[in-house]
Design a protein around this ligand. Structure first.
Ligand code: ISE
Length: 335
């Protein structure tokens, strides 16, 4: 049976997923697009047969033509929609973050546990990036010995309006929290944030860049440079130090051109291009798994664990101290 998906939120990511679902993904179609800005929802369904534009998520969930939900609204709006979609036992792909804090993420985990099956997949697309996947294999198969350290750079050209200082952690570093958990197969135990010299190019209220120090349960150390007004373009890169070697992922790629006495290539403009293929693989995995009644990737537990890391990170931004991450026991559903 074809998934008839309601996409909630027709912003940058929502619009990208709508194109993906209607052009490249097999086994799914866009049935409805919801946005508070109805004109934006209408623009997003242009050229898509049998899709309706709506201004209210509730209406989409009550629409008999809808049997799956993709949530792409800002994180602080996720909880209500998630709880309603769980009530209806629908397959859900929820963009990160699951919710902005640990208490609300835990409510989602508990609601899913009560339902008794995994319905929520969280949009941590880096897990589907070919280089991340390969690095994860290298960690797990121990070909290069134990993984000791990760050095991560996460750079954005600029930030959208309303991007707060906390969102450097909850919207951006949330990806590193998940990626580090994915690569190591371990939970994160502490987070510290150091605020050094700041760029003049950040909007009021943001201290940018920030240096985030992370520890996992076996003692793997990771440092993240989160720099969200870096101007030059987009970059997500990691260097991993193993006992028997060093691995780099996320370097520049694409045509390397030498011309008229100069050499160079193009900088990736944004996450849409950098992770375009990863998003395709992610959404296809969700659709394929939904057809079998399951999920095809990171779960609500991953959403909760990363929300707990974010909460520690936001506290660490304020205190400058190393903040421990405390998790509730993992429900059987996720083990
Ligand atoms: C954005 O919301 C994303 O999810 C991107 O992957 C990340 O690079 C960016 O920092 C976030 O704001």
């Amino acid at each position: 049976e074809t998934l008839r998906v309601a996409v909630i939120g027709a912003g940058r990511m929502g619009a990208d997923h709508i194109q993906r679902l209607s052009r490249r993904i097999h086994g799914a179609e866009v049935a409805a697009v919801v946005d508070v800005d109805l004109a934006r929802a209408r623009a997003a369904i242009e050229g898509i047969p049998d899709a309706v534009a709506l201004a209210d998520a509730e209406e989409a969930l009550n629409n008999g033509d809808v049997n799956a939900v993709l949530i792409a609204t800002p994180g602080f709006l996720h909880e209500d929609i998630l709880l309603r979609a769980l009530e209806q036992d629908l397959p859900i792909l929820c963009e990160k973050p699951l919710t902005p804090d640990a208490a609300s993420a835990w409510r989602i985990v508990q609601a899913e546990e009560k339902l008794g099956r995994k319905r929520i997949q969280v949009g941590f697309m880096r897990r589907y990036d070919a280089e991340y996947a390969k690095l994860g294999e290298l960690v797990q198969n121990k070909d290069m010995g134990e993984l000791l350290m990760l050095h991560c750079a996460h750079r954005n050209p600029d930030t959208p309006p309303g991007f707060t200082n906390a969102m450097l952690i909850t919207d951006s570093v949330v990806h590193e929290f998940d990626a580090i958990r994915f690569l190591t197969g371990e939970e994160i135990t502490s987070v510290q944030v150091r605020l050094g010299k700041a760029t003049k190019n950040a909007p009021q209220g943001q201290h940018d860049p920030q240096h985030v120090l992370i520890e996992t349960s076996s003692g793997v150390l990771a440092d993240v440079e989160i720099y969200v007004n870096a101007r030059f373009g987009y970059e997500v890169a990691t260097q991993a130090s193993f006992e028997d070697g060093i691995v780099n992922i996320g370097g520049d790629s694409g045509p390397y051109v030498r011309r008229a006495g100069r050499w160079g290539g193009e900088v990736t403009p944004s996450f849409i291009e950098r992770f375009g293929t990863a998003y395709d693989v992610e959404v296809q995995a969700w659709v394929d798994a939904a057809a079998r009644g399951g999920i095809g990737g990171p779960s609500a537990w991953d959403g909760y664990a990363t929300a707990a890391c974010c909460e520690a990170g936001v506290q660490a931004q304020k205190s400058g101290e190393k903040v421990n991450v405390r998790l509730n026991p993992k429900p059987d559903l996720y083990s």
